[in-house]
Design a protein around this ligand. Structure first.
Ligand code: TXA
Ligand code: MG
Length: 322
């Protein structure tokens, strides 16, 4: 049962043009792709993911000449950010054109737009000749996929084809920013805050698990619980805390001293945050598949990609009493 995994771009583009669903590799995570201007195709995304309709989708385009197909304005600051970060893991929220269905934006007047830095995604966009809406290709609230097989594990029975572009190089989702009335970070991601500030100047930070109410209004998808394994996940427990049963650990660089775990994932022995990000979701998935009583995860340094990784960890842990 389930759909095929392959590298047939022409077949994938035909499916997109006809309103079907394709698993699509990008540099961040795999996306669940559909024709962004076809509201029935977009409705299938929500159905396949079991995603609530208040969570807007990101629309992908292959180059800035397609901006007028999706956005009514492309202000100077957006152009500057595009020149620096596109193609790449940055999503900009811009006023939408009428052709973008309300379902894509959850009724908001703005649409999230990005140009992915992945040759397979860019080729699929050009062959399909339409903007592509793509959330991460996982069931709603679950761990994001970074390989074609991850997509198949959760969605094979619900979609039409999966394009295999190898493992994702960045490993965390795009950074989402809004530009007006003033620049504002809605979701930390693959472009670090430090890099953004260098180009955009000071940014307001709305994306924070500390203020779920505010986030609810600014970026509807930033729910406190997200990216979650089925196994209970707790963050940085005190050294003396008793953990009954079989526990696994997810750590950045070193194992915590003097603690016994029956499974361990060390994300980057040399301490590289980009390497850790590239391994993060796959490692969390491997631990989740062991049927453990719980997973302990260590928070990352709060700089560069560490900010995006900590955001994902806090959301992944927030549903568990811990
Ligand atoms: O890296 C990525 O961004 C991946 C790949 C596939 O491109 N996509 C992705 O999509 O992460 P998704 O659906 O998992 O996350 C989309 C999030 C929403 O939950 C919301 O926080 C924000 O992007 N977003 C999208 N459109 C928005 C809008 N119009 N206004 C505010 N936030 C928006
Ligand atoms: Mg997602």
């Amino acid at each position: 049962m389930g759909c095929e995994i392959g590298t047939d771009l022409k077949r994938a583009a035909d499916i997109i043009r006809r309103g079907g669903l394709v698993g699509m590799p990008t540099e961040t995570v795999y996306g669940l792709a559909a024709h962004a201007l076809d509201s029935q195709a977009v409705a299938r995304i929500f159905e396949a993911k079991e995603r609530p309709a208040f969570d807007p989708l990101i629309v992908h385009i292959p180059d800035v000449s397609w901006i007028p197909r999706v956005a009514a304005e492309f202000p100077e600051l957006a152009q500057k950010l595009a020149a620096r970060f596109w193609p790449g893991p940055l999503t900009m929220v811009l006023p939408k054109v009428a052709a973008v269905p309300d379902l894509v934006t959850s009724g908001l007047p703005d649409v999230g737009v990005r140009i992915p830095r992945h040759s397979v995604a860019l080729e699929l966009l050009r062959l399909s000749d339409c903007p592509i809406a793509a959330p991460s290709a996982n069931l709603f609230g679950r761990i994001s996929p970074t390989t074609a097989q991850h997509v198949a594990d959760q969605l094979a029975d619900r979609i039409d084809y999966i394009l295999d572009g190898g493992p994702c190089g960045v490993g965390v989702e795009s950074t989402v920013i809004r530009l007006s009335p003033r620049p504002c970070l809605l979701r930390p991601g693959g472009v670090s805050l430090e890099e953004l500030i260098r180009v955009a100047g000071p940014l307001e930070i709305v994306a924070s698990t500390d203020h779920p109410g505010e986030i609810g209004q600014a970026a509807p998808g930033m729910l406190p619980q997200h990216y979650a394994p089925r196994t209970p996940l707790i963050l940085d427990p005190p050294e003396d805390r008793l953990l009954p049963g079989r526990w696994g650990v997810l750590c950045f660089q070193h194992l915590p001293p003097e603690r016994e775990f029956c499974a361990r994932e060390i994300l980057s022995p040399c301490g590289s945050l980009p390497d850790a990000a590239a391994n993060f979701f796959a490692a969390l998935r491997r631990l989740d598949e062991l049927g453990l009583d719980g997973i302990v995860a260590e928070l990352f340094p709060e700089t560069g990609l560490g900010r995006a990784l900590n955001d994902r960890l806090r959301r992944a842990a927030s549903g568990f009493a811990g």
